[in-house]
Design a protein around this ligand. Structure first.
Ligand SMILES: C[S@@+](CC[C@H](N)C(=O)[O-])C[C@H]1O[C@@H](n2cnc3c(N)ncnc32)[C@H](O)[C@@H]1O
Length: 223
């Protein structure tokens, strides 16, 4: 583990505007592979996860755009940003008027990045650095999940967790550019935005970022 994830994030990133989202700045990196290598050296872990926290991902960008178009989705409500990474969705929610926002991520560098980015935005994001997918639904009104369908293991656990949250009356919004494990059959598309990303992460500099909610549960046919 890094001696200071916060110092590492500050050393490896620069605070800069997020393309397409006027006024929003995050601590971001340019290149993923050299930074990943630096994370491996810093942690002594050759299996360290990619530095997701140093980029604004297409799915999170789609959610951030959507909250600018329709702030009523979160205004005055308690928001959880699951798989928060840089804290992009949590910060976008606060800027749209959320009463509070919690960024949840398992990566200690993400926890540091969320706190740094919230501070840079003049916002307060509560940070939870652990895996909550085995827990019950969070104490929240809205869950945002930006770009979380890139890995089979995560997708398999995330979908039922979100489903249980929705059963409790929590609104669920997901953003995604069409990742492999996106459970399209379970979703309803709400909007799509052309988001500006980087070919460090994607095949194209501009992607279609879509915003989804969970489809209503299908009832078993009555006999
Ligand atoms: C592709 S990044 C998306 C980050 C951000 N939401 C965005 O759109 O820019 C996915 C994030 O999910 C986090 N993650 C993976 N498994 C997780 C889990 N079980 N609980 C919480 N976060 C998790 C990763 O550490 C990573 O930061």
């Amino acid at each position: 583990m890094a001696a200071s994830p916060r110092a590492f994030v500050l050393r490896q990133t620069t605070l800069r505007p997020v393309p397409g989202l006027d006024g929003l700045r995050l601590h971001l990196a340019d290149e993923v592979l050299p930074l990943w290598h630096a994370v491996q050296l810093e942690t002594g872990d050759p299996d360290a996860p990619l530095p997701y926290w140093a980029f604004a991902w297409s799915g999170g960008l789609a959610i951030a755009h959507h909250l600018r178009v329709d702030p009523t989705l979160v205004a005055g409500r308690r928001v959880v940003d699951l798989g928060s990474g840089s804290g992009l969705c949590a910060i976008a929610a606060l800027e749209a008027g959320a009463s509070e926002a919690t960024g949840i991520d398992i990566d200690p560098f993400a926890a540091a990045a969320i706190a740094l980015n919230a501070r840079a935005a003049g916002r307060r994001v509560r940070v939870v650095r652990r895996d909550v997918l085995g827990d019950g639904p969070p104490d929240a009104d809205v869950i945002l999940a930006g770009d979380c369908w890139y890995e089979a293991g995560l997708a398999t656990r995330l979908l039922p967790w979100l489903g249980r949250a929705r059963e409790r009356g929590i609104e669920v919004l997901m953003g995604d550019p069409g990742r492999r494990y996106l459970p399209l059959d379970e979703l309803v598309e709400l909007a799509r935005y052309e988001v500006r990303t980087t070919t460090e992460l994607e095949d194209l500099e501009r992607k279609d970022g879509r915003v989804y909610t969970l489809a209503p549960p299908t009832r078993a046919p009555s006999r």
